[in-house]
Design a protein. Structure first.
Length: 135
């Protein structure tokens, strides 16, 4: 018997990876896909914002320093949109700058990942936790 609940359980959770590093995106793309996520990609905040508006992912995982539009500017734009402002955000930085952690908190970012010090598996688990999904 097909119920709405059954259909919801088979729908893949959608995550967008926004980062200008091809290597970083590829690493996370492979892992999230292997864990059953639908994965979208964008190379900067501007393209990320366009994709987020069009595809409405369940989770945003973004870098900070990117050309065209950085992660902070993208997040600020998202927060102006009532529908998009509710999407959980994880941010990844290869720099452990206290100012970035403060800005992330002020903007309502749920997870700050210090790239290279958190494993890919831990990142996936943090994403699952944010989405209320356990595995």
């Amino acid at each position: 018997m097909g119920t709405q609940y059954d259909e919801a359980m088979t729908t893949k959770l959608k995550i967008i990876l926004v980062d200008d590093s091809d290597q970083k995106r590829a690493t996370y793309l492979d892992k999230f896909k292997s864990e059953g996520f639908e994965v979208l990609e964008a190379i900067d905040g501007k393209k990320g914002l366009e994709a987020i508006k069009a595809k409405k992912p369940d989770l945003i995982f973004t870098g900070i320093d990117m050309p065209t539009m950085d992660g902070w500017a993208m997040i600020r734009e998202l927060k102006k949109n009532p529908e998009l402002s509710k999407i959980p955000i994880m941010i990844s930085s290869h720099m452990n700058r206290k100012a970035d952690q403060i800005t992330a908190k002020e903007l309502g970012v749920q997870e700050f990942i210090y790239y290279g010090f958190v494993t890919v598996n831990e990142v996936v688990q943090k994403a699952r936790n944010l989405l209320g999904e356990k595995k």
